[in-house]
Design a protein around this ligand. Structure first.
Ligand SMILES: NC(=O)c1ccc[n+]([C@@H]2O[C@H](COP(=O)([O-])OP(=O)(O)OC[C@H]3O[C@@H](n4cnc5c(N)ncnc54)[C@H](O)[C@@H]3O)[C@@H](O)[C@H]2O)c1
Length: 343
């Protein structure tokens, strides 16, 4: 039987990769992509799917209870990734993060309850490892697991922790059929060039310097976005209701190491680094112990190994200059207006 997926936030980085991944890997699946097209939602990232019968875009907000109820009725499962996603923006203005990430998730869950009172439809809530706060740099054996208590440190991670807790509460109180995933940093094509890898690569292509926060010693665990998509499919299809799954690449790198790898791959040197004032409250280290998802669902990353995966990602931005130029300049908005009329 074919599975109809309602995806929220599918015009963003992970969402657009997820759409392509699912249509390729699951010929029996179709997707409705509900996205409000904030600055980071770019329908042009999916323009190659124009006319694809298994894909439909709906312009709308997860805060719209009526719309989301109707869309959930049309679908068999929900994958929820719509969110405000950039830590730096949350430091400047936390409000949209609370609105979309907390209230938006709660609204979507209410829509789920209205559309599916028998709790048959699987709901996958896509979250982040940042809800766990940060880890010390000098105890490399310590990693986040599903049992790690929440200790978010930025307005972004606090809003995601709030959304995780509301999902948890709806599982406990109403018995909804939900799973939550907490994933480490993703990299790959179609990422908005405010995030570190596409920002640094596109700056270097433009002959600019790369702004490195603080001492550059902060550590992130990097996962290729297609590995994340595959893990989300595993949770969608095989996850146990009410469970959470940590997803990581087992690929810890300091920001300085990441920067040196990008510089080397692009034939640049140290002189392209501009050390800038550290991000407020900057988390030191994230690292995931992904034992549970490997043991219970048989998933482990296969596409995230460096340097190959990083070099392929850099190559994508080099070869797709038109895409990121238009994103950086906001020109894709005219594509949006042509396709969907007004903003
Ligand atoms: N990027 C990462 O490294 C990473 C890691 C772990 C988890 N996550 C989570 O994965 C999800 C997707 O992240 P991303 O990097 O693709 O983000 P993104 O910013 O590229 O995309 C977010 C998408 O959500 C849409 N959106 C935002 N608010 C909305 C609303 N109220 N209604 C409808 N659509 C809305 C935006 O238009 C955009 O298309 C987020 O929930 C994020 O917290 C991201």
């Amino acid at each position: 039987m074919s599975t109809r997926i309602l995806l929220t936030g599918g015009a963003g980085f992970i969402g657009s990769n997820f759409v392509r991944f699912v249509l390729r890997e699951r010929p029996d699946c179709s997707i409705i992509n509900l996205d409000s097209l904030t600055y980071s939602g770019n329908p042009e990232s999916l323009s190659d799917l124009d006319g694809e019968p298994r894909y439909r875009f709906v312009h709308g907000n997860i805060l719209d209870l009526e719309l989301t109820t109707e869309l959930i009725k049309e679908c068999d499962v929900v994958v929820h990734m719509a969110a405000e996603s950039h830590v730096d923006r949350s430091i400047i203005d936390a409000r949209p993060f609370i609105e979309s990430n907390v209230l938006g998730t709660q609204t979507l869950l209410d829509a789920l309850r209205r559309a599916d009172p028998d709790n048959t439809k699987r709901f996958v809530h896509v979250s982040t490892d940042e809800v766990f706060g940060d880890l010390p740099l000098d105890q490399l054996e310590v990693k986040f697991t599903e049992a790690t208590p929440f200790a978010p440190s930025s307005p972004y991670s606090a809003s995601k922790a709030g959304s995780d807790m509301i999902v948890r509460a709806y599982c406990h109180t109403f018995g909804i059929n939900a799973c939550t995933t907490n994933c480490s940093n993703n990299f790959g094509p179609y990422q908005f060039p405010e995030k570190v890898i596409p920002l640094f690569v596109t700056n270097l292509i433009e002959g600019k310097k790369v702004p490195l926060y603080g001492d550059g010693k902060n550590v992130r665990d990097w996962l290729h976005v297609e590995d994340h998509c595959e893990a989300l499919l595993a949770v969608l299809e095989k996850g146990a209701a009410g469970e959470t799954y940590c997803i990581g690449g087992n690929n810890e790198r300091s920001n300085l190491e990441l920067t040196h790898s990008i510089l080397a791959a692009m034939g640049k040197d140290e002189s392209s680094i501009e050390y800038v004032t550290d991000r407020l409250g900057h988390d030191r280290r994230y690292a995931i112990d992904a034992t549970k998802i490997k043991r219970d669902l048989g998933w482990e990353p296969t596409r995230s190994a460096w340097p190959g995966a990083l070099e392929n990602t850099i190559k994508w931005y080099v070869e797709n200059e038109t895409w990121w130029h238009r994103v950086k300049s906001g020109e894709y908005l005219s594509y949006y207006e042509k396709q969907y009329g007004g903003r």
